[in-house]
Design a protein around this ligand. Structure first.
Ligand SMILES: [Zn+2]
Length: 308
């Protein structure tokens, strides 16, 4: 049976210490020689390479190569070892590129190629989403004054109007819609050629997950959905989403595509989807890679584990 624990970015074994976050956490742990840090230059993580293995957890001394640090957050502890996340300026990639001990590489590639241990992907997702938020919230949305990092990197405070700002996570509903042994998959123009995936869309303010599944499916494909069931979720740090994976029961068959959203969309039988997962479809059609929650939703339905 498919397990959501193998999804990219899901494994994160950090103890977050979220109840104790204060200003002094960073100072207190920075002196620990065992401390490690995720370093992200612009939006590119820096890996440390040792033979065929790579890690995203760098000794703090490695940061000396990049003198300009924009923000530093304390993420928590990993087996007792403090773990930080540091945002470097994009140009500092060059300081690491020159040394074969380092590999600056984008997070999608790290996940797809499996370059770091699985539980480091979750830490990278946390670091990337959090640092992205810091980079976009240097000024108070309420009064426009500069904001300052607080709570060890999990809050920003405005000294002028005293507003506290918290990191945001953007919920996205992603759904495998099915009816009578077939499922609805679509493709966006930006997808790799021949790949079909689940429909998805941002959940709007004031909307339930279930209603977002129904609304997005109707808007994109003209198909009405009745029952909706939650299956699994996945952090998706591009830049800061949480994918909420659901199964939806369609009430109708006829598809009316919104061509602005989807290049194509149609019903697929279990057998056809299985051939796509196994990469033996006669027309070369495929489904998303195993690191994506769409793969988990599709497999769950094909295997009958999800019902319907
Ligand atoms: Zn303010």
């Amino acid at each position: 049976m498919s397990s959501s624990e193998t999804l990219g970015f899901v494994g994160n074994t950090l103890l977050r210490d979220s109840a104790e976050r204060d200003r002094n956490l960073i100072e207190r742990h920075r002196a620990d020689p065992e401390a490690r840090t995720v370093a992200i230059a612009g939006d590119i993580p820096i890996l440390r390479v040792n033979g065929v293995r790579a890690t995203a957890l760098l000794p703090l001394a490695d940061l000396e190569r990049a003198p300009v640090r924009h923000e530093q957050a304390f993420l928590g502890t990993l087996q007792g070892r403090p773990v930080f996340a540091v945002l470097l300026e994009a140009a500092s990639i060059d300081a690491f590129k020159q040394d074969a001990a380092f590999q600056p590489i984008d997070l999608r590639s790290i996940a797809v190629q499996g370059l770091v241990p699985g539980d480091e992907l979750g830490i990278l997702a946390e670091a990337k989403a959090l640092l992205f938020w810091h980079s976009r919230h240097r000024f108070c949305p309420n009064c426009g004054a500069p904001t300052a990092l607080s709570c060890a990197g999990f809050r920003r405070d405005c000294a002028s109007c005293k507003t506290q700002h918290f990191p945001r996570t953007d919920p996205v509903a992603i759904m495998l819609v099915h009816r009578d042994g077939r499922c609805l998959l679509g493709r966006q123009e930006r997808f790799v050629p021949n790949m079909y995936s689940c429909l998805a869309g941002f959940i709007e303010p004031g909307e339930t997950i279930e209603d977002a599944v129904r609304r997005e499916t109707f808007e994109e494909a003209g198909v009405r959905v009745g029952g909706v069931r939650y299956l699994a979720s996945q952090p998706w740090p591009f830049p800061s989403s949480l994918m909420i994976g659901c199964l939806g029961e369609a009430l109708s068959d006829e598809i009316t595509l919104d061509r602005d959203e989807l290049e194509d969309g149609r019903w697929f039988s279990r057998q056809e989807v299985l051939s796509m997962i196994e990469r033996r479809h006669p027309d070369g059609l495929s489904t998303p890679p195993p690191m994506a929650i769409a793969d988990f939703l599709i497999r769950s339905w094909v295997e009958g584990a999800a019902g319907g």
